[in-house]
Design a binder for this molecule. Structure first.
Ligand SMILES: NC(=O)C1=CN([C@@H]2O[C@H](COP(=O)(O)OP(=O)(O)OC[C@H]3O[C@@H](n4cnc5c(N)ncnc54)[C@H](O)[C@@H]3O)[C@@H](O)[C@H]2O)C=CC1
Length: 403
């Protein structure tokens, strides 16, 4: 593999991401009849996902974590019934789309580098899938909804009973699919440490326009069946016994943190640490009751709740959190567990580093963030031909604040 060449071509393709993705799916569906049925009806979020995953691969080429990431991705892709033939078809369409979008940057060497890189990526993904199949792991788990608890208009906690045991570590997430939104999968952290009855909680926040979160919060009820993928994610307990730790969560980021604290309460009740629970407004501090119960079991844990003031932007809670973090000491001695909206995780991680936390000891999920395509500016000619859409100021939007 030639990482420099891969990154250089990807930089060109990325600027024409919209064209590249349209070409990719048209090529894939046109040349492989039947493949369209494997994808959701609404392809817009799917289109972003492809580039998010590719960006993750290209930006982590020399990272030793890339192999395990791809193995897990392959294991996870079993839920799509992805066969070696489909991997080959995707590779062919991807290279055709890159050639189309890269123009003169698509040299013989670039094609060779991408073909080798895709070969390696698919090999590692298929190896991950084969390993899981050999270990007897199902491609997905059917799970019955046994409880559905609503907190206000936008939030629900669903309790599910998987029909087969679902082994996982506290802090991990699963992808979830519902027949109400066919072929769409969305990731949710499991909100509890493993229980004797095998049930698991999903904390779901309704995203405006989000078909899956709307279905789970407002339509799904007990008796319904959801499908769960193999658990994954790296937000699992890493601290040696006696080590100091800080847990920081925003919104439904409470789910994995709650699972980690339940695990600690059972195995290490003498734990010393601090917990910050952040919410967009006081009414959204749905975690409070549970956090208080956990605090009773973990007397060495200090708990701080932070919400935006009434009628303020939800991000004001992040500003308040950052002030509170700056007032704390001993950061270099703490492991930090961080969960919440991707922009929140990025912003808080940066401040923690400034405060002296070792970045290798700040643990959070590295899900490629899915958003709109790259904001990297195009050439002057590209900007003239396709000017970017204006970015409106909307205080309620989830867009990063510096837009
Ligand atoms: N393992 C993890 O990291 C988990 C992540 N999540 C993510 O957390 C989010 C939860 O959504 P909601 O509960 O609706 O949260 P929310 O939208 O109500 O946000 C909660 C708080 O996060 C902060 N925040 C939100 N967007 C921000 C931004 N762009 N920049 C800086 N701070 C920001 C604000 O302080 C806000 O009050 C989802 O994006 C979900 O994917 C959820 C569960 C687990």
């Amino acid at each position: 593999m030639d990482p420099q060449l891969l990154r250089a071509t990807f930089a060109v393709v990325e600027r024409r991401a919209e064209q590249a993705v349209t070409f990719f799916y048209s090529h894939l569906f046109w040349n492989n009849p039947g493949v369209r049925e494997l994808f959701p009806q609404d392809m817009l979020p799917q289109r972003d996902r492809l580039f998010a995953a590719l960006t993750h691969v290209v930006t982590h080429l020399e990272d030793p974590g890339l192999g395990p990431y791809l193995g897990q991705l392959g294991r996870d892709h079993r839920k799509f019934l992805a066969s070696p033939a489909l991997y080959a078809a995707v590779g062919e369409s991807l290279l055709a789309a890159f050639a189309h979008a890269a123009g003169s940057a698509w040299t013989v060497d670039a094609e060779k580098a991408w073909s080798e890189a895709y070969g390696l990526v698919s090999e590692l993904m298929l190896a991950g899938a084969d390993e899981a199949a050999a270990a007897g792991e199902p491609s997905w788990w059917d799970a019955d909804v046994v409880r559905h608890e609503r907190y206000g208009d936008d939030l629900a906690v669903l309790t599910l009973r998987p029909r087969r045991p679902l082994p996982y570590l506290p802090g991990q997430y699963v992808s979830v699919s519902s027949l109400r939104v066919p072929r769409v999968w969305r990731t949710y952290s499991l909100g509890n440490a493993p229980r004797p009855d095998g049930t698991v909680d999903l904390h779901v926040s309704r995203i405006p326009g989000g078909a899956m979160s709307t279905a789970l919060v407002t339509e799904t009820g007990p008796g319904e069946v959801l499908r769960l993928s193999a658990p994954g994610g790296g937000l699992t307990a890493r601290t040696a016994p006696g080590g100091l730790r800080t847990y920081i969560c925003a919104g439904t980021g409470w789910a994995p943190v709650r699972a980690l604290l339940e695990e600690a309460a059972a195995g290490e009740p003498e734990l010393e640490g601090r917990l910050f629970v952040v919410a967009r407004a006081k009414e959204y501090l749905y975690a409070r009751g549970e956090a208080e119960l956990l605090k009773e079991r973990l007397p060495g844990l200090s708990v701080t709740y932070i919400a935006a003031a009434p009628r303020q932007r939800r991000d004001q809670a992040t500003e308040r959190l950052l002030q509170a973090l700056r007032a704390c000491v001993h950061w270099p001695a703490h492991d930090v567990y961080l969960a919440g909206p991707p922009a929140f995780v990025t912003e808080v991680s940066e401040v923690l580093e400034e405060l002296g936390t070792d970045p290798a000891r700040t643990h959070h999920d590295t899900l490629p963030s899915v958003g709109r395509f790259t904001t990297r500016p195009g050439t002057a000619a590209e900007r003239l031909l396709g000017p970017p859409a204006p970015l409106w100021h909307n205080p309620d939007a989830r867009a990063p604040r510096d837009l």
